[in-house]
Design a protein around this ligand. Structure first.
Ligand SMILES: [Zn+2]
Length: 287
């Protein structure tokens, strides 16, 4: 296997080790390296519920199947690369932002670029954040992650004339009042293509059908449609396809201890089989 390319504390990139295919995987929320200057008041156990712990490893066989895999090393609670860079809550700020902000629905829910809430009714900070400290998070973490992902997608696209990007996440097994679906049991997998706008329908359906055939419960765009990472670089009519996949954490980990559960090895095997299926499928698309 190739040595991965590391930007210390920011991200790791694994290039294709096998015969390359036009597939790029990214795991933006599995980072657990908490920066010393975080300065939040949230207890670590609660902070960690925001992580997509183990998702990088569950898709870790992608490079040996010819795909690129990029994983963040920092936690999403520090800065969330799956948000618009200007989706910032002005009430967090100690001073005025130098340009006009674009706070959206995620900010309203307390989960913008910089989280305001760790959980419903639990603020992340007991202080205002300076513009300079948020800009430093953007410059040091957010932009390098996006630049690396974009470069990998562009490189793959230049080589093959097409690219399929799977943006990989996890979800708690039950929703909360902070999430759009409320407190109810979630399916095993949720695929999100922003209502059919970020990839060709056949990319979504080949994964949907494959998972269904394995006996999993799968939904599309409900309750998660995908956010910034599938939106920003996709252009299906130019054969640039991005799709979000959410894995139900109960399939592979103890949601309290965050340790792998008895289902972990089986699910990792399933994700490897899915990667194999996709590698064959994208080869067919290139025909
Ligand atoms: Zn995530």
């Amino acid at each position: 296997m190739n040595q991965p390319f590391q930007q210390p504390r920011v991200l790791v990139q694994h290039d294709p080790a096998g015969s390359p295919v036009p597939l790029v995987f990214d795991s933006p929320h599995s980072g657990i390296d908490y920066p010393a200057d975080f300065g939040c008041v949230t207890p670590m156990a609660i902070l960690r519920t925001g992580e997509d712990t183990h998702i990088d490893d569950l898709f870790g066989t992608a490079p040996e199947r010819g795909a690129t895999l990029i994983a963040a090393l920092f936690p999403r609670s520090y800065i969330d690369v799956n948000r618009d860079e200007l989706d910032i809550d002005p009430t967090l700020l100690a001073g005025p932002w130098p340009c006009e902000l674009r706070p959206g629905e995620k900010t309203r829910l307390g989960m913008g670029l910089i989280r305001r809430l760790a959980q419903p009714d639990m603020p992340m900070y007991d202080r205002k954040l300076t513009v300079a400290e948020i800009q430093a998070r953007i410059d040091t973490y957010y932009r390098p992650y996006h630049a690396t992902l974009k470069a990998a997608l562009d490189r793959t696209y230049q080589r093959f004339g097409a690219v399929w990007h799977l943006d990989c996440h996890s979800m708690g097994s039950v929703g909360s009042t902070m999430t759009s679906d409320g407190a109810k049991r979630r399916p095993d997998f949720v695929l999100g293509d922003r209502d059919g706008t970020t990839c060709g329908a056949e990319f979504t359906s080949t994964i949907f059908e494959w998972l269904k055939a394995r006996g999993y419960q799968v939904t599309i765009n409900d309750p998660y449609k995908g956010v910034e990472l599938v939106r920003r670089y996709s252009n299906p009519s130019a054969r640039r396809h991005s799709l979000q996949i959410e894995l139900n954490r109960a399939l592979y980990m103890d949601e309290k201890t965050r340790e792998p559960n008895a289902g972990y090895a089986r699910l990792k095997g399933e994700m490897t089989a899915l990667i194999d299926h996709l590698a064959g499928w994208v080869r067919g698309q290139m025909g």
